[in-house]
Ligand binder design. Structure first.
Ligand SMILES: [Zn+2]
Length: 144
């Protein structure tokens, strides 16, 4: 099989399209619609991420709620070589982001721009970037 058989693009140079399961389908459907949504318990209102079948606090059902994507850098690393196809060979920061709208939830994502400028505590906002081969998008963060 060639490198371009599945998508028409070289898999070594593009980010991979996510492969949702039954629990994460709502998260990925939200990205396809252009926003970020986090699972939240319908009964006790706890945020649950990554999404699972039932609330980890009370066992209640979960529903996805849209969030702003604004947050704060909790921690980060600087990647000097690409570990995911499509992220290029240039150094870049990958961070854990504490979300303003979902206390206790952290999203992982790349931070745009010069990685040497990233600091713990930086304010960031998410934007979704297209991924070839499907409609799902992945979050990326910019310092504000
Ligand atoms: Zn609950």
């Amino acid at each position: 099989m060639s490198d371009t058989a599945a998508t028409g693009a070289d898999w070594r140079t593009i980010p991979p399209q996510p492969l949702p399961d039954v629990d994460s389908q709502g998260y990925w459907d939200a990205t396809a619609a252009g926003h970020i949504a986090i699972a939240r318990c319908v009964e006790c209102r706890a945020w649950v991420h990554p999404p699972i079948e039932r609330c980890s606090a009370c066992g209640g059902p979960l529903a996805f709620e849209q969030i702003s994507g604004n947050g704060v850098v909790n921690s980060f690393i600087i990647m000097h070589r690409a570990s995911v196809p499509g992220q290029g060979d240039a150094a870049h920061a990958i961070a854990l982001i504490d979300l303003d709208d979902a206390p206790g939830v952290r999203l992982t994502g790349r931070i745009t721009g010069d990685p040497s400028l990233v600091r713990v505590g930086d304010r960031v906002t998410a934007h979704l970037i297209d991924v070839v081969g499907g409609t799902y998008r992945v979050p990326e963060f910019s310092r504000t």
